[in-house]
Design a protein around this ligand. Structure first.
Ligand code: AHM
Ligand code: MG
Length: 280
């Protein structure tokens, strides 16, 4: 696991440099969800593939930017699912973006997650690594990731980050989101799940939701690359991660690019989601 973390750190340093250039360019290729990929997405994907495929313990790599998983080493023990540059459309407006990694054993299923990690490229580069019962924050300083502290969620937070297009929300979902605002929650939503979830973790709690909507009945966010890694982090930090009813980590995708509605938060808000969704 140390080698995997170190390869992720090396990738993060290279990705930060790739983001910091004047022309990020656009390519004509589409990823498996039919979105036009930014040149930068492709670069970041290649950087991570290059760094992680050198690690002996890595068996398979699956990227949000590639249709199929890539076998790296038959004798390797871990399967890694990653989103090389989540929120990449925010780079040109200079908002924070991130890379997300889930480290699995056996298959890409929620219950098989062993560790997970994300990197936020913001005013500072920070890395969060969840492994062996702890969620640890690191900060990039003079080319090295330095340990900062362990992250723990409070029982209840103050932030509400509701994803998806409001006109496509189910009425019960809108009632729940409005109810939290009426209780004094503040809107914090950048459109990048990495900085949005990072803010909730660092400020002690709140709710991030990306529900099923009329245009996306299975949600938008991908289980293997986005949803499971954050579910693992939120559970280890003392909060919860559900699809509305069940824990997200109980899900097994049929395909590596499958999506799921998802809710991440501290316990108070997750209970609120459960009671809203119990009757639907
Ligand atoms: P991406 O992987 O194509 O960048 O999309 C994922 C992003 C998440 O970071 C974010 O939470 C979500 O899409 C925002 O979607 P929306 O604009 O529909 O709220
Ligand atoms: Mg993404």
């Amino acid at each position: 696991m140390t080698e995997i973390l170190s390869a992720i750190q090396k990738s993060a340093i290279r990705i930060k440099k790739a983001i910091d250039v004047k022309d990020i360019g656009y390519s004509q290729e589409q990823n498996s969800s039919g979105e036009t990929q930014l040149q930068l997405d492709i670069q970041c994907d290649l950087i991570i593939e290059e760094e992680l495929s050198h690690v002996f313990s890595v068996h398979t790599l699956a990227s949000e930017e590639k249709e199929d998983a890539l076998l790296v080493n038959k004798e390797g023990k871990y399967l890694i699912g990653f989103d090389p540059l989540d929120g990449s459309s925010l780079v040109d407006v200079n908002l924070s973006v991130g890379s997300i990694f889930g480290i699995y054993s056996g298959s890409f299923s929620g219950k098989n997650l062993i560790a997970s990690c994300y990197v936020v490229y913001g005013p500072r580069v920070e890395l969060v690594f969840a492994y062996e019962g702890k969620v640890k924050l690191y900060l990039l300083q003079s080319g090295e990731f330095e340990y900062v502290k362990e992250l723990r969620l409070e029982e209840k937070g103050k932030i509400n980050a509701p994803g998806g297009t409001q006109q496509n929300w189910e009425p019960y979902h809108k009632t729940m989101v409005d109810g939290l605002f009426q209780e004094g929650y503040r809107l914090r939503y950048s459109g990048g799940m990495v900085p949005d979830l990072h803010q909730i973790l660092l400020k002690g709690g709140g709710l991030f939701s990306y529900p099923c909507t009329s245009d996306k009945p299975e949600g938008k966010l991908r289980q293997v690359f986005e949803v499971f890694p954050f579910a693992f982090i939120f559970e280890l930090a003392g909060g919860g991660a559900i699809d509305g009813k069940e824990n997200l980590l109980l899900q097994t995708p049929k395909h590596v690019h499958d999506t799921s509605p998802c809710f991440f938060g501290s316990n108070y808000e997750i209970e609120r989601v459960k009671s809203t969704y119990a009757s639907v």
